[in-house]
Design a protein around this ligand. Structure first.
Ligand SMILES: [Zn+2]
Ligand SMILES: [Zn+2]
Length: 310
């Protein structure tokens, strides 16, 4: 990322499409239909990471083979955002309500200027509310947000300080987290979610939280870290796996812990289970941080195959 790009991050343009970001691997909004489900990736930020700081077990020379995941400037590209899940039967959805589900809630209100030691820079920050508006999704009526875990880059627009309304961007939504996630929080840092104690339900491994949406406990990154398995209704499954993996390189290096993993051994164990699951036929993975390749499959050689935008 150049100096001019940093200036861009401080003053995000109205239309990200106007910016020449070739080589930055920024996240894009996309919509795909699989079986009965329509999935929309709602981007909120692009982040450029310093690879050996995100993955302390890696060395500079390890990254020469990972060009497809790097920016032109040699940083590891990541995205922040949310996954909007809708059942295709639109009439039924409107009549019955509750057919929309958001998985995670973006990075939220950030300037992009307060960098962690493993980050090099942000781009196109805090545009999830704009994208929802353009999609015709009213956050005021959204009923459910399920979280993979409660780190700030996933709770963004659900935090008590997300917007002027202390109920957050989603004033009536119920929050769903995996069992153990609330107990793992540091009480001194205050609630992570608006109305956390009243609005949050913690669910056990395997719980179906909406039609065809089940919890899969993948602990380690945080104590209650949970993936969400979506059943498409035609025999396929999509697993939204949160921070069990931060980039496709971990499919080839499941032993590479990420700098923020709470329990490295458990995180690695979960990651290996996840890679095994993703290698099955009919299973798609959704990696919220996977730069411009969020949706894909793991091929027979153990590589990430993004589902190309057509
Ligand atoms: Zn995390
Ligand atoms: Zn994250």
């Amino acid at each position: 990322m150049t100096t001019s790009k940093q200036a861009t991050a401080a003053h995000p343009p109205h239309d990200p499409a106007e910016v020449d970001d070739s080589g930055c691997r920024l996240p894009r909004l996309w919509t795909r239909t699989l079986g009965d489900l329509t999935l929309t990736y709602v981007p909120d930020a692009g982040v450029h990471m310093i690879p050996t700081r995100v993955y302390p077990a890696s060395a500079d020379e390890d990254w020469t083979e990972h060009g497809p995941h790097m920016t032109d400037a040699g940083h590891l590209a990541m995205s922040c955002g949310a996954l909007l899940v809708e059942r295709v039967e639109r009439v039924e959805r409107v009549e019955r309500g509750g057919r929309r589900l958001l998985l995670d809630a973006g990075h939220g209100r950030i300037s992009g200027e307060d960098l962690e030691h493993f980050q090099h820079g942000f781009d196109h920050v805090q545009n999830l509310p704009d994208h929802l508006r353009r999609l015709g999704v009213d956050p005021a009526t959204l009923e459910t947000v399920a979280f993979t875990h409660l780190h700030d880059d996933h709770t963004g627009w659900a935090r008590p300080d997300a917007v002027d309304d202390p109920r957050s961007l989603f004033p009536v939504a119920r929050w769903i987290v995996g069992a153990g996630e609330l107990e793992g929080l540091d009480p001194a840092s205050g609630p992570r979610l608006a109305g956390q104690s009243e609005r949050t339900t913690a669910v056990a491994d395997g719980t179906e939280i909406a039609e065809g949406v089940r919890a899969w406990a993948l602990p380690g990154h945080t104590p209650g870290h949970t993936a969400w398995i979506l059943d498409t209704g035609d025999g396929r499954r999509i697993v939204a796996f949160g921070d069990a993996m931060h980039s496709p390189v971990q499919i080839e290096h499941p032993d590479w812990e990420v700098v923020l993993d709470h329990d490295r051994a458990r995180a690695e164990h979960s990651r290996r289970r996840l890679v095994e699951f993703l290698a099955q036929d009919g299973v798609f993975g959704f990696g919220v941080h996977f730069a411009d390749q969020q949706l894909g499959t793991v091929d027979g050689g153990g590589h990430w195959r993004p589902w190309e935008d057509k």
